[in-house]
Design a protein around this ligand. Structure first.
Ligand SMILES: [Zn+2]
Length: 173
């Protein structure tokens, strides 16, 4: 199976349209609750980001409460992707995610090559940093990728980690 990131991004864009999100940050908790998915925060081992599963027909997302809040948002969005795109695959098992190392450019782990994870990351990236809102935030001048302070400020605005923002700006806009 090859990752279909276009489908993943389209699904995220559809949610942004449905919720008429006009400015960052994207209300990820509200979006998840509207899907009747239970969002739980729990202290997990450091390398665990989150998990997605279905219990008695109810979708559940678990997020590591010990991580930085902005990272928790990405984890929640990533797990939402599994419910939205991969319900069939997670029906029979608890899907557990370790660190999304795909976001670190120099480290390609299994997270980065598993098609489901690539799709979930593309979905989460598009959902939390929607193209339109990002273009508006960047303005006409754009942003120099060497401008660390600028990337940090943009990341704070969208409430994502600087690493996630850098990845978004570098790879897919
Ligand atoms: Zn995953």
């Amino acid at each position: 199976m090859k990752a279909d990131t276009e489908r993943a991004r389209s699904a995220a864009q559809a949610i942004i349209r449905d919720f008429a999100v006009k400015s960052p940050p994207v209300p990820i908790e509200r979006i998840i609750k509207s899907k009747n998915i239970v969002l739980q925060y729990a202290p997990l081992e450091e390398e665990l980001s989150g998990m997605a599963y279905i219990k008695d027909g109810v979708g559940i997302i678990g997020v590591n409460a010990l991580h930085h809040p902005n990272r928790q948002r990405f984890s929640a969005a990533h797990e939402l992707a599994h419910h939205e795109l991969h319900a069939k695959e997670i029906r029979k098992t608890v899907h557990v995610d370790r660190e999304f190392r795909v976001l670190l450019r120099d480290d390609v782990s299994s997270q980065g090559v598993n098609p489901l994870e690539i799709e979930a990351n593309a979905f989460a990236s598009e959902l939390l940093m929607p193209r339109e809102l990002l273009m508006t935030a960047l303005g006409d001048g754009g942003l120099d990728l060497d401008d660390e302070a600028g990337i940090d400020a943009l990341a704070r605005k969208f409430r994502v980690s600087p690493a996630a923002m850098r990845y978004r700006l570098t790879n897919r806009l």
